[in-house]
Design a protein around this ligand. Sequence first.
Ligand SMILES: [Zn+2]
Ligand SMILES: [Zn+2]
Length: 176
Amino acid sequence: MDFDAYARTAVALVNTPLTEPDDLTRLFSPGSWEHDHLTERDFGVFRRTQRRLRAVFSLGAAGQDADAVAELNRLLDAFPVRPRISGHDTTDWHMHVTSRGASVSAEYLAGAVWGLSVWVCEFGSARFGVCADPRCARAYLDTSSNNSRRFCSERCATRAHVAAHRARKRASALAG
Ligand SMILES: [Zn+2]
Ligand SMILES: [Zn+2]
């Protein structure tokens, strides 16, 4: 299993604003198996679990490793992995991570939680990040060589850098 790709589905979910069921189309493109099988119930599960996954990122970013792991273990209990080969039209065999007939949320979350759990074991929860720009606060996985990333993207890093630069200039203008 490509745990890295699964971990990224957790990031995608945390960063997707969910206020109404239609918002899930940002995660599942029309025509996909997921899109065609989504229910109202899935939306509720995604919303609740999104909060828990965000907490895992916050705990990891704050250095609360054991707490992040404890929450992941609870999530592994709630969304167990049970691999199965599936083919929606028998010409496209591929893996599903939950049992036959599982809901879209069960399938998606089993993969996402599994991916994040393997990430913790491989790299440590300090690699979980929350963007340092409070207006953004998107979650990310820090793949930098020295675990030094503070922002979700170049865009947020540049914006913060420019703002800090302007603040310094203002301060020195006042001092001068
Ligand atoms: Zn499938
Ligand atoms: Zn950001």
